[in-house]
Design a binder for this molecule. Structure first.
Ligand code: SAH
Length: 361
């Protein structure tokens, strides 16, 4: 699918045509990644952050959020809980916290790997190559780093450099790939200043990067951030601005599935926040195949405020997981077993007689 068609879909309003898009994405999903819905236990291990991202409530200068950092023991207990609940993966996410040193994280990875057999996904922001290589060697399996938008000037506006170092998330993604991580990225949808043209280019970049995991969610304004409290006039005509709606998010998920058929695609928490549990479920029928239940201990969870009123369905209780299993069963799906590695990663790392046929289409 090329740029004009991607953009047309993003601007499509006709419900009958959109139904065809949802059906196509669902067919591609079934064919390439099957009916299993993999569960990832999300552990938000620290909300300290040295950055000043214009969109994120964890930005360094937000004094209204109580800061916390979990101990190794607390994090390992959450990972054990994930294993007990039958989740094949934990996602360790945090702000860019200088106290999460190379050795601290490596030791944590080794402890989780010794005590459980869950796969480990890291989402710790922009870290240098030596850190990433060290954590891979310690046993980390996957890394998530959203490029947020492929529009360089918009990115620079919302994501100021740290310590004078301009960020190049695309270069980081290439490094992660060279280090043989399963590589995940994605964008926010409806960032003020984001146009349909630039969002169509984002989807094209998913394909060009041949991503193993793609996470997209609506941008949600946080009042303690420059982007969230801005009263400035929009940077572009209103009809060019991408809305931050559940439907627009589903369109991007569906297109992501079509351009990267074998990627793992979560139905994200941000989507659940604006679309409710029903919206989160709908996305599973429009291309998504992963859910990330939150395993952060309750006393910390409220403080991990990247945006306000973060939804949290299906968290740590057996009852919730079994409720989720029943709901999935009702739509012809089931909870995945095992690690749930990305089929795209498996294909690109397993030698094949015809590699050309195995890329994202
Ligand atoms: N520090 C890590 C993890 C950040 S939180 C990193 O920068 O990669 C993970 C994702 O949450 C971000 O990549 C961003 O896409 C999303 N996010 C942050 N603030 C948001 C907001 N206000 N609305 C919606 N999504 C947001």
């Amino acid at each position: 699918m090329q740029h004009p068609e991607l953009k047309r879909w993003l601007q499509e309003a006709d419900p009958t045509r959109l139904d065809a898009l949802w059906r196509h994405a669902d067919d591609v999903r079934r064919l390439h990644v099957g009916d299993a819905v993999h569960l990832r236990g999300l552990i938000e291990l620290s909300n300290y952050c040295g950055r000043l991202c214009g969109y994120c409530g964890l930005r360094a200068d937000n004094r209204d959020v109580p800061r916390y950092r979990m101990s190794h023991t607390e994090i390992v207990a959450c990972a054990r809980r994930a294993a007990t609940l039958g989740f094949g993966t934990v996602v360790l996410q945090a702000g860019e916290d200088a106290a999460l040193t190379r050795e601290w994280v490596a030791e944590l990875i080794r402890r989780i790997k010794t005590e459980t057999n869950v796969a480990i996904t890291l989402s710790l922001g922009e870290r240098d190559t030596a850190d990433l290589a060290n954590w891979r060697a310690a046993g980390a399996d996957r890394y998530l780093l959203r490029f947020e938008t492929s529009d360089r000037s918009l990115f620079d506006r919302i994501h100021p450099p740290r310590n004078g170092q301009p960020s190049d998330r695309i270069a980081r993604l290439h490094t992660l790939r060279e280090l043989s991580y399963e590589v995940g990225s994605g964008v926010m949808i409806g960032i003020p200043g984001q146009s349909f043209d630039s969002l169509a280019r984002d989807v094209k970049l998913f394909r060009d990067l041949n991503l193993d995991m793609i996470g997209v969610g609506p941008y949600i304004a946080h009042p303690a951030t420059p982007l969230g409290r801005t009263n400035a006039p929009p940077a572009q005509p209103a009809d060019e601005q991408v809305p931050n709606t559940a439907e627009m998010t589903c369109k991007v998920m569906a297109l992501a599935r079509i351009v990267c058929p074998a990627a793992n695609i979560p139905s994200t928490t941000a989507l659940a926040t604006i679309g409710g549990a029903d919206g989160q479920f709908l996305a599973l029928q429009r291309g998504a195949n992963v859910i990330m239940p939150n395993l952060t201990p309750r006393q910390y969870r409220l403080s991990y405020q990247i945006y306000p009123d973060k939804a949290c369905f299906y968290d740590q209780s057996e009852e919730n997981v079994s409720r989720l299993g029943t709901r999935l069963h009702n739509i012809g799906r089931q909870i995945g077993t095992g690690r749930g590695d990305s089929p795209n990663w498996q294909q690109r790392t397993t030698p094949s007689p015809s590699p050309a046929g195995r890329r994202c289409s």
